[in-house]
Write a protein that binds this ligand. Structure first.
Ligand code: FES
Length: 125
């Protein structure tokens, strides 16, 4: 089985061997990978480029180095957070979820606390 974004014929290597399809889930949707394929390769082949959002700002993040160095591809795999999609091979039935924005960023909490402290110290002047 081939997704539209998957290379099946390489100009130097020729036709790539057929591999068995493997179904897994990404954010609740079924995605088809090929055996011995990483999560990153399977998602990219299926047109999925956003793997998480930056925890504080919510800006989208995807693959960057694709060799395990940058940690931009962090996802949660079977309940274990912080797994690198570019190094983790898909297994049948695997549950993968993207990284989400944290509800109350620490900087925002600190700013609110700092402002409240400033307001209360002026109240006693
Ligand atoms: S893309 Fe860089 S560690 Fe996965």
């Amino acid at each position: 089985m081939s997704a539209p974004g998957r290379i099946t014929h390489h100009p130097i290597l020729g036709s790539l061997p057929e591999r068995e399809p493997i179904a897994f889930r990404f954010d609740g949707e079924t995605v088809v990978a090929l055996e011995r394929e990483t999560i990153a390769a399977a998602l990219l082949a299926n047109g999925i480029r956003r793997l998480r959002v930056q925890e504080e700002s919510g800006t989208p993040r995807g693959f960057y180095c694709n060799i395990g160095h940058c940690y931009e591809c962090r996802v949660t795999v079977n309940g274990i957070p912080g797994q690198r999609a570019c190094l983790t091979l898909v297994t049948a039935g695997m549950e993968v979820s993207s990284g989400k924005q944290l509800p109350t960023p620490l900087k925002q909490q600190a700013a609110v606390a700092s402002h409240a402290k400033g307001v209360s110290s002026h109240a006693h002047d």
